[in-house]
Design a protein around this ligand. Structure first.
Ligand SMILES: CC(C)(COP(=O)(O)OP(=O)(O)OC[C@H]1O[C@@H](n2cnc3c(N)ncnc32)[C@H](O)[C@@H]1OP(=O)(O)O)[C@@H](O)C(=O)NCCC(=O)NCCS
Length: 266
């Protein structure tokens, strides 16, 4: 399937208005005051990198960056209209950002994201070969006013020289056996997190950290706080013994299972 999407710089005010609407359709349920105002988008466009993705002349996604350091930019937001998710538009926006940033002499793109957002993990870690370089606890402070969800975030670095980053060869099937923790679903849809007590690496020094199928799964169980704290421990332990080097989704019995891949530190 070819992707009929064009990524470009916005040229008209109306395109920023469309981006504002995309914010609503990408982050469903986001309150109005949390949406990125148009004037901030326009400021970002003047001072740094702002790109829009259009499908049939309609804006369906955007990405907004700020300068972080001389050779580094920070991806503040990327959003794709929910109806157009999983078609490769996020990847196309990221590829264009990398290309434009590279032309400006920028070597890497930094960003943070919620480790449970498995679609984000798929895009940033697997497809863009990002490297988890930090784990920020309570990055946006505790959000007890927001369903008790933690605001722990992975800090990720993506090289703008994508073609120089080798494709990772990860033996996924073997990984499901070796683990730091896995998720067990009952036929009724209940979920349990089983921790192995440590990290069990395979003979090549890899192991897997399974995370729930999606953040919705956690929200539906109303256990954001409990899961947040379990995974805070799991990710902290994992980062002491190794590096999160990849992310994989495996289909098993019509169920999507998601794994962070941990490589043992030598
Ligand atoms: C993150 C986001 C920008 C990705 O955009 P996108 O156009 O869907 O990205 P892509 O299609 O290039 O890649 C997404 C990948 O995740 C996969 N995916 C989708 N849902 C998934 C899920 N629940 N679990 C695991 N992987 C999933 C897709 O299949 C795709 O992989 P593939 O190309 O191998 O099929 C989009 O999901 C979004 O707007 N999310 C809401 C806003 C947000 O969270 N923004 C990021 C924080 S600023």
């Amino acid at each position: 399937m070819t992707l009929d999407v064009i990524v470009s710089k916005p040229t008209k005010k109306s395109e920023f208005e469309e981006c504002f609407k995309v914010t609503q359709k990408a982050w469903t349920g986001l309150p109005c005051e949390q949406r990125i105002p148009e004037h901030i988008m326009q400021a970002s466009d003047r001072t740094s990198l702002f790109r829009i993705a259009k499908e049939n002349s309609r804006v369906v996604g955007y990405a907004m960056c700020f300068n972080a350091k001389e050779n580094q930019i920070y991806l503040h937001a990327i959003g794709v209209d929910g109806k157009a998710h999983s078609k490769g538009i996020g990847k196309k926006l990221m590829d264009e950002l990398c290309k434009d940033a590279r032309e400006k002499g920028v070597e890497s793109i930094l960003l943070t994201y919620e480790p449970f957002k498995t679609n984000n993990a798929n895009l940033y870690i697997r497809k863009m070969k990002g490297q988890v370089i930090g784990f920020e606890l309570d990055a946006y402070q505790s959000t007890n006013d927001n369903g008790d969800a933690s605001t722990d975030r992975f800090l990720v670095k993506i090289s703008t020289a994508q073609e120089d980053t080798p494709v990772r060869e990860i033996p996924t099937n073997a990984l499901i056996q070796t683990k730091v923790c896995k998720v067990k679903y009952s036929p009724a849809g209940n979920m349990e997190i089983i921790r192995s007590g440590g990290a069990t690496f395979d003979h090549k020094g890899f192991c897997a950290i399974e995370v729930p199928s999606s953040i919705k799964h956690i929200e539906n169980h109303g256990q954001e706080k409990e899961f947040g704290l379990i995974y805070r421990d799991v990710f902290t332990l994992a980062r002491q013994v190794g590096e999160i080097v990849d992310f994989r989704t495996v289909s098993e019995f019509n169920q999507r299972r998601n794994f962070y891949i941990l490589q043992q530190r030598k």
